[in-house]
Design a binder for this molecule. Structure first.
Ligand code: SF4
Length: 469
């Protein structure tokens, strides 16, 4: 189970909608990401075919997961790494803590990993009395603010520059004086280098695991992974079992899709492949490398009809293009993973009764599926959760009764036309200047924004009129 709960989604979404600063911060980053992705995709020769290939690679791996995992394990061991298997989040944390304790670690440097968040690793390290230095700049901001990530690529996207500046001034030992991005980055660099270079253990996630070489691939834009994983004596990788790709050409294809979809770049600034620990002829590198392969519900997802979700390469494009995410930001979702992909994943981690509202945080406009580099049918998967929630009687009585009335009326065209005609007339009476500010039975909508006044005639009436012409 993830450390946070997706219950109370509606109250958190309400609070987020009332937060103007949050809206500005989210829109700035998501809007820029959307524009940059569009440019990168249009410059890519046949991006659609590349998406189809990426989806096929992942489907092939998921269908043959056991064989590829065994191949990866054998090659990673041959390269000198130790491979551990964890069925659950607790087991994964216990393995990591045991390795840290065996290494006599007092502090660890961590490179950004959403899997680490998913399994609750920051909390487990704190409980074990091990200091943690988050080396990704955004994760550093989150750690200073004692918050949690709100986006899988930009964990601090909910913060404005002004808020970050104030935070650095309050928490850094020698903070910046000049109000500029460069000065703030320098302040973070000064602070982080001390922690990175003094760490006993480096912990990372993995963007891809290469089966035929046993290599682990990480990508960052700051070079913090390399700086925090090479100097310490021990390197621990925690990776979801779905991160496997068969070989390097497959990894390269996925890297091209990932960078363009995430940030609009042709390639992420730092892309590194780690194959085993330091060898005799190497000048530097960790003496031990441990790879913890984590299931935590992934095998179950295949049985739940969610195998397509295991294609996900955590690019964040679905959330950048989601109209709901852009209104409420990531924290409102409550789980480790926000946005459309989070709404599909969270019920598998937290259970459907606690997270059933997430499946409804979607207009089903299909934009997320359109931009997903591995063609995950997110709206279909969300509809699947809605259906399951309905079948299991998890929807509130008021909703079941309302939909029952709707189904009764919708099956009787004459009654439907009569009812919608009355409703449209009533709504037109409530509208002023083209907009309705308050709607009885529709406060969930009008509490946060006005509703457009309906047209004088229903669509069907207009359609019939047009046919007669
Ligand atoms: S679901 Fe698709 S778009 Fe969303 S993070 Fe995963 S790969 Fe990216």
């Amino acid at each position: 189970m993830s450390a946070f709960s997706a219950t109370d989604f509606k109250s958190r979404a309400d609070a987020a909608l009332a937060d103007r600063t949050l809206k500005i911060a989210v829109e700035r980053t998501a809007g820029t990401a959307e524009a940059k992705r569009a440019v990168a995709v249009s410059a890519f020769p046949d991006f659609e075919a590349a998406r189809t290939r990426a989806a096929a690679i992942k489907d092939h791996v998921v269908a043959n997961l056991g064989a590829y995992l065994e191949e990866f394990e054998a090659n990673a061991i041959a390269a000198g790494a130790k491979v551990h298997w964890a069925q659950t989040a607790d087991e994964a944390c216990r393995i990591v803590i045991d390795i840290c304790k065996a290494a006599g670690a007092k502090s660890v440097a961590r490179s950004k990993s959403m899997l680490g968040e998913e399994i609750g690793l920051p909390h487990a390290l704190a409980e074990a009395g091990i200091d943690r230095v988050e080396t990704d700049l955004a994760e550093h901001i989150i750690q200073l603010a004692d918050e949690r990530p709100s986006h899988i690529i930009w964990p601090a996207m909910h913060k404005t520059r002004e808020q970050v500046s104030a935070l650095f001034k309050a928490k850094h030992r020698t903070p910046h004086e000049e109000e500029s991005i460069a000065a703030m980055a320098e302040s973070a660099r000064r602070e982080l280098r001390v922690g990175m270079l003094g760490a006993d253990v480096g912990i990372s996630g993995a963007n891809f695991l290469i089966a035929d070489t046993g290599a682990v691939c990480t990508v960052t834009n700051e070079g913090n992974a390399e700086l925090s994983l090479v100097p310490p004596r021990v390197h621990i990788v925690t990776a979801g079992i779905e991160k496997i790709v068969p070989s390097m050409p497959h990894a390269v294809h996925m890297l091209r899709m990932l960078a363009r979809s995430a940030t609009g770049a042709a390639l992420t600034q730092y892309t590194t492949f780690y194959t085993g620990p330091k060898r005799a002829h190497d000048h530097d590198g960790p003496e031990e490398m441990h790879i913890v392969l984590v299931d935590n519900g992934r095998t179950r997802m295949r049985e739940q009809g969610l195998a397509e979700m295991l294609r996900c390469i955590r690019c964040g494009a679905c959330m950048n293009h989601c109209v709901v995410f852009r209104q409420i930001g990531g924290h409102a979702y409550g789980g480790t993973y926000p946005g459309p992909m989070g709404s599909v994943l969270t019920p598998t981690l937290d259970g459907l009764p606690k997270s059933r509202d997430l499946a409804h945080a979607c207009t089903l406009n299909g934009k997320c599926q359109e931009v997903c580099p591995v063609k995950i049918p997110l709206p279909t998967l969300l509809r699947g959760w809605r259906e399951k929630s309905w079948r299991e009687g998890l929807e509130p009585t008021s909703m079941r009764a309302g939909l029952g009335v709707w189904a009764f009326v919708a099956r009787r065209p004459a009654l439907y036309r009569f009812g919608t005609g009355i409703a449209v007339r009533a709504m037109r009476l409530l509208g002023k200047g083209g907009w309705i500010d308050s709607l009885p039975l529709g406060k969930g909508w009008t509490r946060h924004r006005a509703m457009p006044k309906p047209a004088a005639q229903t669509f069907m009436a207009q359609y019939k009129k047009a046919q007669r012409k």
